[in-house]
Design a protein around this ligand. Structure first.
Ligand code: KG4
Ligand code: ZN
Length: 348
């Protein structure tokens, strides 16, 4: 494998670790762009029986898998441990017990290999998953849609973030998971609702939460309650209700609001690209709603391949490279920050 960079500088190999929720992942990324390895151990089966992620169980599972994942990522990359340039790790946001496992492993490696430690914001990772497959242009607007976050983020320059809108209640992925649960589908429900929505011929009419006319904020709890009310009423009155119609109605409402606000934000801030980021970026309905609107408006729509939308360490390596380039290393007493701020993490 040829590992010299185009400008002749020696390549940067970042070993990245991601354990913020229920996936244990490790990856080796070259120069912030090329994935040499990216392994993920999912805990979904364990948490499915509880209908959601149980934090204590998640931490224990990370402890069981972390060494195996790191060893596999390094082995698959073909890079010797001693050739690694830096160790990157998700510092937050996420579940504190889960974050700690990754943090301790990353610190131990950084110390023993005597290479810098890089802290990464999980959402910066989701946004920079796009940089693994696309050339980014600034300013860019990111539509972040994950299990824990729904935000419109202006990316002013590489690694410089400004949040211009956020959810006032549920994250969109969370709403997907709750609706899926009410429809009797397993956790995580997003992909199931997405699939069902495409099977429906008609959509259950549901509200859209636009909020104030100039607001870039979101709200999904009212929509979620409307879905639950429709399901309960049908049950009580013994009326037929097609779950696929419910899924389609929900998905259309979510997609329409996300699309309108994202396009308005791109235009208002003169963004050169719209970046989709987070687990819900895998949603077909959302992509189908955004694509024609972006095309008509001449806005390049970028999205990671499906496999890089949900949590993975490759995206953490991509974001870490921004800090590597600026020499912004983390101290070995770095703390896990369950509520880490994206703007505060920005590259200076
Ligand atoms: O980004 P992610 O892997 O984890 C967090 O950082 O939260 O996102 C997980 C979320 C879950 O809520 C899951 O249901 C949702 O992403 N999701 C989807 C789809 N694939 C994953 N939601 C809608 N449609 C999908 N195809
Ligand atoms: Zn995530």
């Amino acid at each position: 494998m040829n590992r010299t960079t185009r400008d002749g500088k020696s390549p940067c190999y970042i070993l990245a670790v991601e354990t913020s929720c229920d996936d244990t992942s490790a990856a080796v990324i070259q120069d912030g762009r090329t994935i040499l390895s990216n392994v993920v151990s999912s805990q979904i089966e364990t948490h499915q029986q509880f209908g959601g992620v149980v934090p204590e169980v998640a931490s224990r599972k990370h402890v069981e898998s972390i060494t195996v994942m790191i060893e596999a990522a390094v082995r698959e990359s073909g890079v010797a441990m001693t050739d690694l340039s830096a160790i990157a790790v998700t510092q937050g946001p996420g579940l504190v017990g889960s974050l700690l496992v990754g943090l301790v492993a990353a610190k131990a490696l950084s110390y023993s290999l005597q290479v810098p430690l890089l802290s990464v914001h999980h959402i910066a990772g989701h946004i920079y998953a796009n940089a693994l497959v696309h050339e980014l242009e600034y300013p860019a607007m990111a539509l972040v849609v994950s299990g824990g976050h729904t935000e419109l983020v202006l990316v002013e320059a590489p690694g410089r973030f400004r949040i211009i809108g956020r959810t006032r209640d549920d994250a969109v992925g969370e709403a997907y998971d709750k609706v899926a649960r009410a429809l009797g589908m397993p956790y995580p429900g997003g992909p199931h609702v997405d699939r069902m929505a495409h099977e429906a011929k008609t959509a259950l009419p549901l509200p859209r939460a636009w909020l104030e006319p100039d607001s870039y904020d979101f709200s999904f709890s009212g929509l979620k309650s409307a879905v639950l009310a429709a399901i309960n009423q049908a049950k009580m009155k013994n009326l037929p209700l097609d779950p696929a119609e419910v899924a389609r109605g929900f998905q259309e409402s979510v997609s329409e609001v996300l699309t309108e606000k994202a396009l308005r934000a791109v235009k208002a801030y003169g963004a050169k690209q719209l970046l989709l980021a987070g687990g819900v970026a895998a949603n077909r309905g959302l992509r189908e709603s955004l694509a024609p609107r972006c095309e008509a408006a001449g806005i390049p729509l970028l999205a990671p391949p499906i496999g890089l939308c949900t949590d993975n360490a490759a995206m953490i390596g991509a974001a870490a490279f921004l800090k590597w380039e600026e020499g912004q290393f983390a101290p070995l007493d770095l703390k896990a920050e369950p509520l880490l701020s994206l703007e505060g993490w920005s590259v200076q």
